[in-house]
Design a binder for this molecule. Structure first.
Ligand code: KIV
Length: 296
């Protein structure tokens, strides 16, 4: 286990300066956040992807502010050291700048987050400026932005033609100009990410954006093999927990059926003299005693 240290934005910038890639993963609950924190991974995203990988929805749209705040609170309790970012859910920042600042503030005040992430570039620049002015660190998210996948025509790689590549470059600059501390590029060609990183003074993170960025993000359910619906091309699965869990579940079921579980060590005893008194009571009431020899 790595030596623990509370991660700050200046520390993340030091890593960028040294050329050391920043590791970033999603987490949504206490036990997994504890493991991520103990591993020394610098950043945690409490992503609105929870809507899909935790709640089984087919998109990120249904998750609400209140649900996100509860996930952030659980993650913060498990991860005292990592830099925790709360992901602003659909409609929490699109309706008005005032409601965006209020909801971003809830992530900090109620969720215990260190910053927030929201989707969009130039089109959300004034919202980002207002949130930053409220003293809240903001990361932008451009490229494939799942909350607006209907507008993008589905979950598609972005920046593959000159028009969309230039839009991404301009979006990243717009976010930098209004004070975002970082920008996440999702499903962007490596060359376009590289251009953005080389022309940015802020932290440039990628998820499916190649290797020339300051940090990598992945969804924890993908790398642990816990989400069986779909695995994007950019994911490396480090372990297949689904099959390990499936084996354990089928073993448990079979041991219950064959009475191999519970064993003596999983069971509790009643002192013999107390049991004797219970048996006297049963005899009096003509009730059935316990089967013989089933306790230690
Ligand atoms: O919610 C999330 O996990 C995300 C990633 C897909 C970037 O926003």
């Amino acid at each position: 286990m790595n030596e623990q240290k509370r991660i700050t934005i200046p520390y993340l910038y030091e890593l960028k300066k040294k050329g050391e890639p920043i590791s970033w993963l999603t987490a949504y609950d206490f036990p997994i956040a504890s493991l991520v924190d103990q591993s020394g991974i610098e950043m945690i995203l409490v992503g609105d992807s929870a809507s899909m990988v935790v709640y089984g929805n087919s998109s990120t749209l249904p998750i609400t502010m209140d649900m996100m705040i509860e996930h952030c609170r659980a993650v913060r309790r498990g991860a005292p050291n990592a830099f925790v970012i709360g992901d602003m859910p659909f409609l929490s920042y699109q309706v008005s700048i005032e409601s965006a600042v209020y909801n971003a503030g809830r992530f900090m005040k109620e969720g215990g987050c260190d910053g927030i992430k929201l989707e969009g570039g130039a089109r959300v620049a004034e919202t980002v400026r207002a949130i930053v002015n409220a003293g809240i660190p903001v990361a932008g998210h451009i490229g494939l932005t799942p909350q607006s996948s209907a507008m993008l025509g589905g979950f598609k790689v972005q920046g593959k033609d000159v028009h969309s590549a230039i839009s991404l470059i301009e979006d990243a600059k717009a976010l930098e100009n209004v004070g975002a501390f970082g920008v996440l590029l999702e499903c962007v060609p490596t060359k376009v990410s590289s251009i953005i990183r080389k022309n940015s003074n802020i932290l440039v993170f990628g998820i499916g954006a190649g290797d020339d960025v300051d940090g990598q993000l992945l969804i924890i359910h993908d790398i642990l093999g816990l989400y069986q619906c779909f695995t994007p091309k950019f994911v490396r699965q480090y372990v297949n927990l689904s099959s390990i869990i499936a084996d354990a579940l089928s073993k448990y079921r079979s041991e219950v059926k064959t009475r191999q579980f519970p064993a003596r060590e999983h069971s509790f005893t009643i002192p013999a003299e107390e049991l004797k008194k219970v048996e006297e009571y049963l005899a009096l009431k003509k009730l059935v005693p316990a089967k013989a020899g089933n306790e230690a």
